[in-house]
Design a protein around this ligand. Structure first.
Ligand code: S3P
Length: 182
């Protein structure tokens, strides 16, 4: 029997998509299925800064956060194969977007605005949504980002709250993407 081809699993899997699209919960499941470590770029940024994302936005502003985010994602991508969940706006940085779309198996988790609004409504950890019209904000952000999200290798509907089913649906798509990238 020939040994497993390590090149098949040498690429990171990167989840992109709007706030509330399920990147972290689906990412954790995928990591278990694929036997890869799971990392969340927002968690790592907060750990490194010793501050929450809300505090980073308040004290230093969004541009500072975006720089930190780009640096953190570059570091995570250099570390070797993992399932990486990114913040919804990470792909706004062109260097980050190019790295993700060129060097990883990227997955866009896509859910309708009302679903995103429902999932994010009781959470105050997202500075961009700490306002009175979250749904309108989500629409604006989605309109500005959709064309970038569309560059992902895999487009996965994540409207369902069944995280296990979404992760399971992704496995064959990831295997196909891995095969076509060797
Ligand atoms: C953001 C998404 C958040 C976080 C920050 C900004 C965005 O991450 O990075 O609040 O611009 O969409 P999640 O997508 O994990 O919520």
């Amino acid at each position: 029997m020939s040994p497993p081809d390590s090149s098949l699993s040498s690429q990171s899997i990167v989840l992109i998509g709007m706030m509330g699209s399920g990147k972290s919960s689906v990412g954790k499941k995928l990591a278990t299925h694929l036997n890869l470590p799971f990392v969340d770029s927002d968690t790592e940024i907060q750990r490194e800064a010793g501050m929450t994302i809300v505090e980073i936005f308040e004290r230093f502003g969004e541009p500072y956060f975006r720089e930190a985010e780009a640096g953190m994602i570059a570091t995570l991508l250099d570390k070797g194969p993992a399932v990486i969940s990114t913040g919804g706006g990470a792909i706004l940085n062109q260097g980050t977007a190019d790295r993700i779309f060129k060097n990883t198996i990227s997955i866009w988790l896509d859910a309708p605005i009302p679903v995103l609004a429902r999932r994010t409504q009781n959470n105050t950890d997202r500075p961009l949504l700490n306002n009175n019209d979250q749904e309108q904000t989500l629409i604006k952000l989605m309109n500005a980002r959709r064309a970038i999200y569309e560059r992902a290798c895999i487009h996965q509907d994540s409207a369902s709250d069944d995280v296990d089913a979404i992760a399971e649906a992704l496995i064959p798509k990831i295997n196909t993407a891995r095969m076509s990238r060797i």
